[in-house]
Design a protein around this ligand. Structure first.
Ligand code: F6R
Length: 616
């Protein structure tokens, strides 16, 4: 949460900071601010509560003088509400230095008491200002920003990315990270720091990943990375594969609309380069067979939508690779003393690669001796760097807070992984793999068909339902996690109460919720490939319809059995059971987006949320 950017170079920094913040705004959007050292060596800052546009308007009306060294921040509040005073940057050393921060400084109140006792005063309720004041005190002692910064971060506990600059050292930005993201962008005579590569991808695609507990100092010509004690460390260069246009709205009404339209591509790009002669070959996993042969169980850990992708993946991993799989929310996993060891493979799933709950669970698993594999969409992110192996999803940048294209890409990556593990463990023949691969390769075109044939109809239907107060989603087998995903998406962006249930569970309690007119979405399994499940779900539909529910069936093309019982039918193309989730989720994403739009809500930036949840 919170987006961070730093710049040093020959160009006026204000526009670079603001456009970087615009690309990072998905990380937090309750206030924003910048600090710039201008040509005369004075420090100008501006910060405003509200979305980035409020800051932009303010700067347009009252510009800061230009300077070529600057830092910028977009906030998701933790300590102190979203006010101008609590917005970053925070100043210290007689307003000569500025600090921005992402994360939580856990020992801030002890540090604050220490500083108050020494006579320092504070202007905000944030933990960040404590770091700024501490840095000011250290600067007074050493007169050197990097040295003072090193002394400061060594006193901090918790998770943080911090950037700082000082008026007396123009042309220098220092940064540090612990359990919170920071990457370096290498330009020509200019350098950048960012929470992720989106901050600087329009200027450079050359990047360096920084490890935990490291400090970086950038000048226009130089990048120096050390550990907290000042010893030089190796850094890992990488090329950013996204281009700037991929992170732009490109004429769509919202990032979410653009990203839903990219679901076919997200699946196709995740498959690309990993299928040869009909068989799965994942280059990143070459030479790592012992990760899969020496295990007797897999635990999938993730949060939110990524966890639902994991639940879908469990069916494929068990069916194809014949390994027992548990799926667990990352924040629950590490606090229950799980039984894991060298024969456990922990697969984490994260779009951002920065979710703190997932990161901490991965570290915990490694420390307990388990093997770890990360499915991630973001290059240079922390979770893949902390894992033994990585399978990247190639969904491209996902900016809207609600995850859509990353979800289908995560399921695709899990399916590729399941086929790979099935081959390595001898559970699948080449013919069986080739058969599943051809089904997977057909998915992008099928998703595109759902969008082409159903999108308008669903949006219209969502519009009629704009006053609905509660929606229920039901599914069985792989349809169950899709029901959960449909409910999450609806509550997340349209603020409507929604619940997802396993259809068979209904009669054990939730059926009491059904009253006349209650809308219920039902994921109907294929009558041809899952006749038994289909019959059970049709019975479930009858049970709730008898009690007045309004049924919206997501059903295969040609399934006539649902017609007598459904008020609305949203059609998906024919597919084998394991591939249905990739199709059935699409109408649910479109529906949530349509309903939020009909209610006049901001679908990209729903209230109280941020895209990257980097606090526990
Ligand atoms: C829901 C959503 C969240 C994320 C969750 C994990 O639409 O986006 O539930 O899926 O916060 O995020 P990542 O995948 O970045 O770890």
């Amino acid at each position: 949460m919170c987006g961070i950017i730093g710049y040093v170079g020959p160009r006026p920094s204000q526009d670079i900071l603001i456009s970087g913040l615009a690309r990072l705004e998905y990380r937090g959007y309750d206030s924003a601010g910048i600090a710039v050292i201008d040509g005369e060596g004075s420090l100008g800052t501006r910060k405003r509560a509200g979305k980035l546009q409020v800051l932009r308007d303010d700067l347009a009306a009252h510009p800061l003088t230009d300077g070529t060294t600057g830092i910028g921040h977009t906030r998701w509040a933790t300590h102190g509400g979203p006010t101008d005073a609590n917005a970053h940057p925070h100043l210290a050393d007689d307003d000569k230095l500025a600090v921005i921060h992402n994360g939580i400084i856990e020992n801030f109140s002890e540090l604050k008491s220490e500083l108050v006792a020494e006579g320092y005063t504070f202007r905000s309720e944030t933990d960040t200002e404590v770091a700024a004041v501490l840095l000011g005190r250290e600067y007074q002692a050493s007169g050197d920003l990097t040295q003072a910064f090193r002394a400061t971060v060594s006193r901090l506990e918790g998770a943080f990315t911090l950037l700082a600059l000082h008026r007396d050292q123009p042309g220098l930005v220092v940064g540090a990270r612990r359990n919170s993201p920071l990457v370096i962008g290498l330009g020509d005579g200019e350098n950048f720091l960012g929470s992720d590569v989106a901050a600087f991808v329009e200027h450079t695609r050359h990047a360096l990943a920084i490890g935990q507990d490291e400090i970086v100092a950038i000048t226009p010509q130089e990048v120096t990375v050390t550990d907290f004690s000042g010893a030089a460390v190796e850094v890992e260069p990488f090329e950013v594969v996204w281009d700037a246009a991929a992170a732009d709205k490109g004429g769509w009404s919202s990032f979410m609309a653009k990203e839903v339209s990219e679901e076919p591509e997200a699946v196709a790009n995740t498959i690309r380069g990993r299928v040869h002669d009909g068989l799965v070959q994942i280059p990143e996993l070459e030479g790592l067979d012992e990760l899969f042969t020496g295990i007797d169980r897999i635990i999938v850990i993730a949060c939110g939508t990524a966890a639902y992708a994991g639940m879908v993946g469990k069916y494929a991993l068990e069916q194809w690779a014949r390994v027992p799989v548990d799926v667990e929310l990352a924040h629950e996993f590490r606090y229950r003393d799980p039984v894991i060891g060298a024969r456990t493979l922990v697969v984490s799933i994260s779009q951002s690669g920065e979710t703190m709950d997932t990161l901490m669970a991965v570290k915990y698993a490694r420390e307990a001796g388990a093997k770890t594999l990360s499915i991630c969409n973001t290059q240079g992110a922390t979770i893949p760097r902390e894992s033994d192996a990585i399978v990247y999803t190639h969904a491209g940048p996902e900016v809207a807070v609600a995850s859509t294209k990353a979800f289908v890409a995560q399921i695709t990556a899990l399916y590729l992984l399941a086929l790979h593990v099935g081959r390595v463990r001898g559970a699948l023949t080449d013919d069986a793999i080739a058969e599943q691969v051809s089904q997977l390769e057909a998915v992008p075109e099928k998703i595109a068909r759902v969008l082409a044939s159903e999108q308008e109809h669903i949006e219209q239907f969502a519009h009629w339902m704009a006053d609905t107060r509660s929606v229920i989603f039901l599914g069985r087998h792989v349809g169950y996690p899709i029901a959960l995903e449909g409910a999450l998406k609806l509550k997340e962006i349209s603020y409507i109460h929604a619940e997802g249930f396993a259809a068979g569970e209904l009669k054990h309690g939730p059926i009491a919720l059904i009253e006349p007119g209650q809308p219920v979405f039902v994921m109907v399994p294929s009558p041809t490939s899952s006749p038994l499940l289909h019959a059970k779900v049709v019975s479930n539909i009858q049970e709730i319809r008898a009690r007045g529910a309004r049924i919206i069936a997501v059903a295969e093309e040609g399934d006539a059995a649902v017609l007598p019982f459904a008020d609305e039918v949203l059609r998906i193309p024919l597919a084998e059971p394991l591939f249905e989730p990739l199709l059935a989720v699409v109408p649910l994403h479109v529906f949530a987006m349509g309903l939020a739009t009909a209610k006049g809500l901001d679908v990209d930036q729903p209230r109280n949320l941020a895209k990257s949840v980097t606090v526990e």
